[in-house]
Write a protein that binds this ligand. Structure first.
Ligand code: SF4
Length: 238
């Protein structure tokens, strides 16, 4: 491991000796009969709706004006997504929090800074990835998204996934992971492996939400192993 990576790990608060999966390690395969083998059709396949034909500008304008669920009444502004629109890596979270609602950008504040550090640790500056949420509007008091809200908003995310067409997806947090895979399997069992996602079979890796990592720093070592899976996927020749 390079000195640079060691520095990033220090920034993440991860002692180097704690690493359990070195960069370049292969992803644990899904076991035959494991619960993840039967996770639904996944949302991309089922999210055929009007946004499916839109380009970036039309999609962004449609989201900005969206009143399809009750969250439009309490938002300050929509939080569409940010980053390189042809990125190799797409990061998906659950919904904007208060900071994001104010600033109109996903993953800002302390959790956003930790996410940036996590991405830098695998050699990806924030500007090189695309970051989006399942919901484009903040749920009041940062409550969990409700299924009808997520269902209504998902066609926008599905179109973003199709437009970015990433080489890998990183889902951060339980809610994003469970919604994307349409499962209630706990995140501790979802993370640490690669799951083919959607009709394109895009490799999906799940890890803990940076806000959780701020509260539970011991989980950072596991998050690092997940990031190593992403790094490994992006290294593979296309
Ligand atoms: S959360 Fe999504 S569906 Fe609901 S109003 Fe906002 S953009 Fe529209």
């Amino acid at each position: 491991m390079s000195d640079r990576h060691d520095q990033y790990l220090e920034a993440l608060g991860i002692p180097v000796w704690k690493l359990r999966v070195p960069p370049g390690a292969t992803a644990p395969p899904l076991e035959a009969g494991a619960p993840l083998e039967v996770v639904g059709t996944q949302l991309v396949a089922g999210a055929a709706a009007a946004p499916a034909a839109m380009g970036w500008d039309e999609l962004a304008a449609t989201v900005r004006a969206c009143t399809k669920c009750a969250l439009h009444t309490t938002r300050t502004q929509t939080v569409f997504g940010v980053g390189r629109r042809n990125a190799d890596l797409l990061v998906i979270g659950e919904a904007p929090g208060a900071d994001k609602d104010r600033q109109g950008e996903p993953f800002v504040g302390r959790a956003g800074q930790l996410l940036n550090s996590m991405l830098r640790a695998i050699g990806l500056p924030r500007s090189e990835v695309y970051i989006a949420n399942i919901l484009k509007c903040r749920p009041p008091n940062n409550r969990d998204p409700q299924p009808d809200e997520a269902r209504t908003c998902t066609p926008y995310l599905a179109r973003q996934i199709a437009l970015v067409n990433p080489r890998a997806i990183l889902a951060v947090g339980r809610i994003a992971a469970q919604w994307l895979l349409q499962t209630d399997v706990p995140i501790g069992r979802l993370r640490g492996r690669v799951v083919p996602y959607g009709e394109a079979g895009t490799p999906l890796v799940i890890t803990y939400h940076p806000a959780y990592l701020l509260r539970s720093p011991l989980a950072k070592a596991a998050a690092w192993t997940d990031l190593c899976l992403v790094k490994d996927l992006l290294r593979k020749p296309q």
